[in-house]
Ligand binder design. Structure first.
Ligand SMILES: *Cc1c(COP(=O)(O)O)cnc(C)c1O
Length: 405
């Protein structure tokens, strides 16, 4: 059973039936709404604490009704790691990293796609398609394989090489498109009437947000049902930031949080693709498409986000910011973070660290505040990035003598 009551259009509040496949309303995303009072009677912190360490431990707050339809590879309950060395490098005393690099398919996309594919499976879908800037395609392909669904993945020709390989490795029909993720989206749109695909593009179906919401639920549980002062989130389509803000609201309504404090949500982008931070700096609710987007943080290479207003509303309600850091700063910080803490920082998380450096310098964050950075993917999926720094040009073995002290 599920506690979902209906879907709600984010742009105008229209109610829609959750027992049918839904996409956008008026070109904009949908919220999943629950009977939170019933959830509150059915679910307790003690019961949750005794369950499997996956995102499905919060099942009463999730939309799948029939557990036999769940597509799972054991995703969720990622480690929350205290990072004192990296904190010191950034001038912070209470820095934590929520490390999503260990999730199935090497990124947090597994949370959203596990949920979207599970719900599609429950509603009778047998063919899914996705435009992707990188990790979403591999994740969708893996979860589709897990439940025997046919998968079609469309990605820009300059998508990181591991992403190009992994989708077809998991059995999907994978295609390279000469263009951006928005061009891939157009291919899926055009093909849908002919192919009968269900389009699981970011925020075009309602359930990926619910999967990503579990990051916020886990964060609260791992911190003893309290929340940090600041959350740093690398924003592409914004699903995770939107989802976590929704998680905090739902937990607040359930009365599960220790106090009324909510984190300042910081949306982090790269200066080579910064539509959300541009809109935030201009005080706008909708973002202009970003021209010629370029960044090695492929998950952030989203020039136009259909949920732009949902990201910006969450950032503003939280008292946070939407900012972008220089490309060289994100590459440098990802590498420094990896070397200081042993965490496989993806370049997207490097953008969080780069923006964090800026905010500490501007005194927008106090050194004693509790800050949580999301490392959304595994460095191993970005072999191009790992290989382009001079540091990673490995020396001849005889050169170890040069390092002797
Ligand atoms: C997709 C992706 C992002 C952006 O996530 P959104 O929730 O779509 O904003 C960040 N980091 C990585 C590694 C990604 O794959």
């Amino acid at each position: 059973m599920s506690f979902v009551t209906h879907l709600e259009a984010a742009i105008d509040g229209t109610r829609l039936d959750h027992n049918q496949l839904q996409t956008l309303h008026d070109g904009r995303p949908l919220w999943v709404r629950y009977d939170l009072e019933a959830v509150g009677s059915a679910m307790s912190k003690e019961a949750v604490a005794g369950r499997e360490p996956t995102m499905w431990r919060y099942k009463e707050l999730l939309p799948v009704a029939d557990e036999s339809k769940v597509a799972s590879l054991g995703e969720g309950m990622s480690p929350l790691l205290k990072c004192d060395r990296l904190g010191a490098a950034l001038g912070l005393n209470d820095l934590w990293v929520k490390d999503e690099s260990q999730l199935p398919t090497g990124s947090f996309k597994s949370r959203g796609l596990a949920m979207a594919v599970s719900r599609a499976n429950e509603l009778g879908v047998s063919r899914v398609a996705i435009p992707t800037a990188g990790n979403a395609g591999g994740a969708m392909a893996a979860y589709a394989a897990r439940v025997g669904m046919e998968a079609f993945v469309f990605m820009p020709a300059d998508t990181p090489i591991v992403n190009q390989y992994e989708a077809s490795y998991y059995g999907a029909n994978a295609f390279l498109v000469d263009g951006l993720i928005t061009d891939c989206g157009a291919v899926v749109r055009d093909g849908t009437p002919h192919m009968g695909w269900f389009d699981v593009s970011t925020l075009k179906e309602p359930y990926r947000i619910e999967g990503k919401k579990t990051m916020g639920l886990e964060l609260a549980e791992q911190l003893g049902w309290a929340l940090p002062d600041v959350v740093m989130y690398p924003t592409g389509g914004g699903t995770g930031l939107i989802g976590m803000w929704k998680a905090f609201a739902e937990l607040g309504e359930l009365g599960w949080l220790e106090d009324s404090r909510r984190p300042r949500m910081v949306s982090c982008q790269a200066d080579g693709c910064a539509p959300i931070s541009n809109a935030w700096e201009k005080g706008e609710r909708f973002a202009e498409p970003f021209p010629n987007p370029t960044t090695a943080a492929s998950g952030l290479r989203v020039p136009a986000a259909v949920g732009d207003f949902m990201i910006l509303d969450a950032v503003n309600e939280s008292g946070g910011q939407a900012r972008a850091c220089p490309e060289n700063s994100l590459l440098e910080w990802a590498r420094r973070g990896a070397a200081l803490e042993g965490i496989a920082f993806a370049p997207e998380a490097g953008a969080c660290l780069g923006v964090l450096e800026m905010l500490v310098a501007e005194k927008a964050i106090d050194p004693n505040e509790r800050v949580v950075v999301f490392n959304t993917g595994a460095a191993q999926k970005y072999v191009e990035v790992m290989g382009t720094s001079p540091l990673s040009q490995l020396p001849d073995p005889v050169d170890w003598r040069a390092l002797a002290t």
